[in-house]
Ligand binder design. Structure first.
Ligand SMILES: [Zn+2]
Length: 132
């Protein structure tokens, strides 16, 4: 494994003992362009973790603002461990795209959802036709 995987592993701490979800998140992170990986690694406000339904406050995260203020936490549903790998990869990449774009636009895509889909697709994670 490359140095990148060593740098990225701390981002996966919240998913310890949560395979296959941890492995799915790791696969997506490792496939991202290096500039994107470094943006996440170097920002202490970035985090990625599973949604814990036992702690409702975890769902009350502020959306990241375009100026870079606010949370850059990506919270993933544990269902992403049991749906198809293609769908999980797509959702994880889409959420990471939002974080990278500070929930903003990308290229000609002014809508944040369209921007996240387009950026995720540019990373190789197209929206699959179904969940399974
Ligand atoms: Zn979205």
């Amino acid at each position: 494994m490359s140095d990148d995987s060593v740098l990225l592993d701390p981002l996966l701490d919240a998913f310890a003992a949560m395979d296959p979800l941890r492995a799915r998140v790791r696969t997506v992170l490792l496939s991202l362009p290096q500039e994107v990986q470094l943006d996440f690694i170097e920002d202490p406000r970035f985090c990625i973790r599973p949604l814990n339904r036992l702690n409702a406050t975890e769902t009350l995260l502020a959306l990241p603002a375009p100026d870079g203020t606010g949370s850059r936490c990506v919270v993933l549903k544990k269902r992403l461990a049991s749906c198809s790998e293609a769908f999980a990869f797509y959702i994880i990449a889409h959420e990471l795209a939002h974080a990278f774009l500070r929930n903003g636009s990308w290229q000609q895509f002014s809508d944040p959802e369209d921007a996240a889909d387009a950026l995720a697709a540019s990373w190789g994670f197209q929206k699959p036709a179904s969940w399974f």
